[in-house]
Design a protein around this ligand. Structure first.
Ligand SMILES: [Ca+2]
Length: 186
């Protein structure tokens, strides 16, 4: 029985199953590389500390808060209600270069490297051979959730170590998402 059927069955027979925890069906061969991509991008640009903070329980860093505030300021009203929520991120084309540091680096602005990293996160994982969107990027307005994705997440890490490369010591630091051969292995 797949996860979807298990969820429906447990709900239908809720008198028998007193407690239900259901995970949605997903597309692991795309989703896990897509999830790993954010951490790899941050590693590649050496922005894990400035944007993600120290590894551990995720909390938005000052720069992610700055970025999110700028996105909200630019796109909140597009949905017709100024409530601090960007209801349809696809309508938001906020450019992170608008908060590029003009003088010294500070929490209230992004360096050019951080701007480049943010643009890659928004763009998502692209197949270097076909140009296909391999997995979507994180939407504008989601920045406060990024800290937990800028370092390896245990499930996609295990996917790569045990399914893709069969190497328990594998690290995305040795991986290259722009290499067509290695992306094909996913
Ligand atoms: Ca709004």
């Amino acid at each position: 029985m797949n996860t979807r059927n298990a969820c429906f069955t447990s709900l239908e027979f809720s008198r028998v199953f007193k407690s239900n925890t259901c995970a949605p069906a997903n597309y692991p061969t795309r989703m896990w590389p897509g999830e790993t991509y954010a951490g790899w991008v941050a590693y590649k640009y050496d922005t894990q500390l400035s944007l993600g903070g120290e590894p551990g329980p995720p909390a938005p860093t000052p720069k992610l808060i700055t970025l999110n505030n700028a996105v909200i300021a630019a796109c909140d009203a597009i949905d017709g209600v100024e409530d601090g929520v960007v209801s349809d991120p696809t309508q938001c084309d906020f450019d992170p270069a608008t908060i590029l540091c003009e003088g010294e680096e500070a929490d209230e602005c992004l360096t050019q490297t951080e701007v480049d990293m943010v643009n890659d996160i928004y763009a998502g994982l692209i197949d270097p051979t076909t140009g296909e969107q391999f997995w979507p990027g994180y939407e504008r307005g989601s920045e406060l959730e990024w800290a937990g994705h800028i370092y390896p997440f245990i499930i996609p890490l295990g996917y790569f170590q045990n399914v893709v490369v069969d190497d328990p010591e594998w690290s995305y630091e040795t991986f290259d998402f722009t290499d067509p051969t290695t992306l094909r292995a996913c």
